[in-house]
Ligand binder design. Sequence first.
Ligand SMILES: [Zn+2]
Length: 110
Amino acid sequence: MPAKLSQELIAIGPHNFTVHEIPPQLIEPEYGHINYGALVIHLNASCSPSVKCETLYHEVLHGLLEGGGFSHLLKEAGVNEEALVQSLSMGLVDTLRRSPSLVQRLKYES
Ligand SMILES: [Zn+2]
């Protein structure tokens, strides 16, 4: 059982995923990992806060694709899910950081 350094919950569809930062020796060479069955996201505790943030978005995108049934469709179509998710997570984090008005809009509910 990995050591738990910090914890938070992220909703992906109907499921709440627990986020754990774990020691690098338990996860390297990866920066993060999502376990759909266990509803857990692991982040490499040795990464910088910026990398951990982008990695969390990365794992959430994997979760959205899996939960929406797209992971197997991408595989069948020969699309590299990892490259797609990496591109989207880098772009999304950069856009959200530089566009606080986008985050502000999320706070309004219709
Ligand atoms: Zn990935």
